[in-house]
Design a binder for this molecule. Sequence first.
Ligand SMILES: [Zn+2]
Length: 98
Amino acid sequence: MPLTREHVYRRDGHRCVYCGNTQHLTLDHVIPKAKGGRTHWTNLVTACRACNAKKGDFSLEEAGMALAHPPYRPSFLMLLGHYAGPVQESWLPYLMMA
Ligand SMILES: [Zn+2]
């Protein structure tokens, strides 16, 4: 799966993983680049501008913030599901096994 901004947004359901906001979305490095965090599926999440600014170069613990779900590398099938339409939350465990 190519790692693109749009694919990360799709994986996270176009919602901020910190507060659920669907507006002003940005990409956030969970482990900040300044602390050696890599640009990778498992370190990139969808975050709204406000949460991204609040978190800044802090780790989750330092910022006192929590992820709605841990970032993961989506399967091809899963992104395909997103292209076909919204994926039911209850399907996700099955799609992630693919
Ligand atoms: Zn947010």
